[in-house]
Ligand binder design. Structure first.
Ligand code: NAD
Ligand code: IPM
Ligand code: MN
Length: 366
């Protein structure tokens, strides 16, 4: 298989972990006889420094022509005082919107060797396997107006959703639930927000098309609590943009580290951008200690969902599992004993175990 992959390393640890993804993909390519050609482009702070804009035209063009996109992370203190429309984060929001990537799939499944790495009790997190589906191109992130008023003393952000935007993400969630344990939890704030009341309405309407899927509604505050007290009661969670952003970082605690979580940002035709859930981690950037596994697992999601390479994707997931089982881990994972290593060494160990197939531990069907 011959594929053109667009790489957007971005800022901070984004650059470091992108090198890990490249190494792993090159290994998969040579092992399975594929040809992956990488095309690297600037986004975020990196692009601001190079060309004065967080999302240059040539980056957009490359993303539209590539077979899939891998993104590291954007942002950093250096650009924090820029006006909103010029910030690195605008580059990421812009590419998601430009490509119509309305569904962000964030699988949260703990690896058994990391059960004791979480601050939560092992018997609480055991067997948890959640897919968070976050609406990605609407809501408060994109509503207009978003501005300061009254000489800078008042402010407005707008939460806008069209019914059709709700329908497509909720459909996606029902379809994913069908492929999994057929339990869908819709999270909203319907006791306060009009947008949430419409969201709930759409979920109830759609549920008639999926009688085999059990639906529950949770208010977001209670959902945040249940996510870490009873995580194994969840299968698929669907929610709007901002709630999904917050709940997924919270859910990462189940896996031992935010650095473990991959994600796929997709639209209906399979086009996808794959990115770890975490950010540019300025507190550890440049130290060579970032956890590359969320990025590597994102590359696996790309192989599975954009290229249909199930075996190759599972091999990467197994290699990650085996590396952790041998005790290797980056410092963000608080594992008793084991061998603490940096980004490059961790990547090397995953690459080495890529040829050793033993434990089957596919992290996600979506
Ligand atoms: P963050 O996700 O960058 O970091 C939060 C904490 O998790 C930090 O302590 C960090 O060291 C740790 N962490 C994150 N990824 C890690 C990894 N791979 N290995 C080990 N530890 C890891 O969130 P933040 O500090 O709130 O934000 C920093 C910058 O990143 C901001 O500019 C923010 O806008 C941006 N951001 C970007 C994305 C993205 O590009 N997708 C996502 C979130 C935040
Ligand atoms: C994420 C990030 C982004 C978001 C930011 C950097 C715009 O937190 O991908 O989770 O909020 O979507
Ligand atoms: Mn986030």
């Amino acid at each position: 298989m011959n594929k053109q992959i667009i790489l957007l390393p971005g800022d901070g640890v984004g650059k470091e972990i992108m090198e890990s993804a490249k190494l792993v993909l090159n290994t998969v390519a040579s092992e399975f006889g594929h040809s992956f050609t990488f095309h690297q482009h600037a986004i975020g702070g990196d692009a601001i420094d190079q060309s004065g804009t967080p999302l240059p035209e040539d980056t957009i063009k490359a993303c539209k022509h590539g077979d899939a996109i891998l993104l590291g992370a954007v942002g950093g203190e250096k650009w924090d005082s820029l006006p909103g429309h010029m910030r690195p984060e605008k580059g990421l929001l812009g590419i998601r919107k430009e490509l119509g990537l309305f569904a962000n799939l964030r699988p949260v499944k703990g690896f058994t060797p990391l059960l004791h790495a979480s601050p939560l009790k092992e018997d609480v997190i055991k067997d948890s396997d959640i897919l968070i589906i976050r609406e990605l191109t609407g809501g408060l992130y994109f509503g207009k107006p978003s501005e300061r008023r009254e000489n800078g003393n008042a402010v407005v952000d707008t939460l806008y959703y069209h019914r059709s935007e709700m329908e497509r993400i909720i459909d996606k969630a029902f379809q994913s639930a069908r492929l999994r344990n057929k339990q869908l939890t819709s999270v909203d704030k319907a006791n306060v927000l009009e947008s949430s009341r419409m969201w709930r309405e759409v979920v109830n309407e759609k549920s008639k098309d999926y009688p085999d899927v059990t639906v529950e509604h949770l208010l977001v505050d209670a959902a945040a609590m249940k996510l870490i007290t009873q995580p194994n009661r969840f299968d698929v969670i669907v929610t709007e943009n901002l709630f999904g952003d917050i709940l997924s970082d919270e859910a990462s605690v189940l896996t031992g580290s935010l650095g473990m979580l991959p994600s796929a940002s997709v639209r209906s035709d399979g086009v996808g951008l794959y990115e770890p859930v975490h950010g540019s981690a300025p507190d550890i950037a440049g130290k060579g200690i970032a956890n590359p596994l969320g990025m590597i697992l994102s590359a696996a999601l790309m192989l599975r969902h954009s290229f249909g390479l199930e075996e190759e994707a599972s091999e990467i997931e197994e290699a990650v599992y085996n590396s952790l089982e041998q005790g290797y881990h980056t410092p963000d994972l608080h594992i008793k004993g084991g061998k603490q290593v940096g980004t490059k060494e961790m990547t090397k160990i995953v690459v080495e175990s890529l040829t050793t197939k033993s434990v089957s531990n596919s992290i996600c069907s979506m």
